[in-house]
Write a protein that binds this ligand. Structure first.
Ligand code: PLP
Length: 397
């Protein structure tokens, strides 16, 4: 606790959490209105949220579900992934991106990340393709779109589906094209820490009518079209089970929040962009901190601001750096513990740390700093000062 005394003196006690969702009166009113309406589960609010979302990203169809994990599962099921197939997934991601492959008894095949963007290393995708490979799941790490031209080119040539994990990337663009309209199906997350939230929730977008219909049906037990209306005046008690589906539908309570959040999405994005710019400027002259790079041809959603510590220049580890920031009242996180380092993936697929050296090495260095619209200028300055102070206190002589 070598920084503790100084921290208390310098920073007082106000803690800046890693994330705080931006919930205003509009969301609260919308939820209360829904609660008073007597219709809590999937209904007109979920429908409206789907329509608003499809329009916002410019996709033909949007299917609202209760998580991004659900959206990814439904997307893989809709394109026909099944037992024995292989699906390419970056190791630098959350387990959701890969576990959905396992739900379908297929095999996730991990690929390393590029050491700068931490996005999937496209040079290594092709080496992972086998005759069993059916799809690629690019994850737009932190909100920065992957090199989609290259990924789509490989996918077309090798006849693979592209299911984008866009949990971090609303709103984002790749070479002028909005994420949500690029791959075969794109999956978004509205869990509490994401760029917009419904508490928990997700959305799958696609231009393919059949896949959209399939996902919609499978999201509600595989029962016939518009089954959610069966308790409404215009609905009917009659339904038929067409497939063994899942229970993935989004509630109207969640959608009521999502509709209001989506209206503010551009404003939220601008706020995050400003914070990223402030951090970029502040750490420009701090060689101990490697800043996240942003490709010139993308619009970054800045869901995460991930620094990489230049550990050779510091006397402390990443974990100690995080503790020192906490002592100064700054909450942080780590995105991600690469999948190949987790016991399940190690033991099941035999992965070792050296299999993906870029991700293994990045993992030792990464810290996600707070970045969300509710941060004040003073909060941003506090984070900057705390990072500088820890660097100062732990710099190699
Ligand atoms: C990259 C990535 N994919 C998928 C998910 C899963 O999202 P959800 O919690 O909405 O299922 C997350 C959640 O943090 C994530 O970070």
């Amino acid at each position: 606790m070598r920084h503790e005394g100084a921290a208390k003196q310098l920073w007082g006690t106000k803690f800046i959490p890693f994330h705080v969702p931006q919930i205003d009166e509009e969301e609260i009113r919308s939820v209360v209105e829904t609660l008073r309406s007597g219709w809590l589960t999937t209904g007109i609010k979920a429908k409206q949220f789907e329509e608003d979302f499809a329009r916002y990203v410019g996709a033909g169809h949007a299917v609202a579900v209760n998580s991004c994990t659900a959206a990814l599962h439904l997307a893989l099921e809709a394109v026909g992934i099944h037992e024995g197939d292989e699906v390419i997934v970056p190791t630098m991601t959350f387990t959701a991106s890969a576990e959905v492959v396992i739900y379908l008894k297929a095999k996730p095949v991990l690929v390393d990340c590029a050491s700068d963007t931490l996005n999937i290393d496209t040079d290594q995708i092709e080496r992972a393709v086998t005759p069993r490979t059916k799809a690629i799941i690019p994850v737009h790490f932190g909100g920065q779109p992957c090199d989609m031209d290259r990924i789509l080119e490989i996918a077309r040539r090798r006849h693979l589906f592209v299911i984008e994990d866009a949990a971090h990337s609303l709103p984002a663009k790749y070479r002028g094209q909005t994420v949500g309209t690029i791959g075969d199906i794109t999956c978004f997350s509205f869990s509490a820490t994401k760029t917009i939230t419904t508490g928990e929730g997700g959305m799958a977008t696609t231009d393919n009518r059949e896949w959209a219909a399939r996902m919609r049906m499978m999201s509600l037990h595989g029962i016939s079209h518009d089954a959610w209306k069966r308790y409404a005046k215009e609905g009917s008690w009659f339904y038929e089970v067409l497939r063994p589906g899942f229970k993935y539908n989004l509630t109207d309570i969640g959608a009521a929040i999502g509709i209001e959040q989506l209206k503010k999405c551009d404003g939220f994005a601008a706020a995050r962009m400003r914070i990223a710019a402030a951090y970029n400027e502040a750490f420009a002259e701090t060689p101990e901190i490697q800043r996240p790079i942003c490709a010139p041809d993308v619009q970054h959603a800045w869901h995460l601001y991930v620094i990489q510590l230049q550990l050779e220049r510091l006397r402390i580890t990443r974990d100690e750096f995080i503790e020192a920031l906490k002592e100064r009242g700054i909450g942080t996180s780590v995105h991600f513990i690469p999948l190949h380092l987790h016991p399940y993936y190690r033991n099941t697929f035999g992965y070792a740390p050296d299999d993906f050296p870029n991700a293994t090495e990045a993992y030792r260095r990464i810290i996600s700093l707070p970045i969300y619209p509710g941060m004040t200028e003073a909060d941003i300055d506090r984070v900057i000062q705390a990072v500088r102070d820890v660097v100062q206190a732990s710099r190699n002589p």
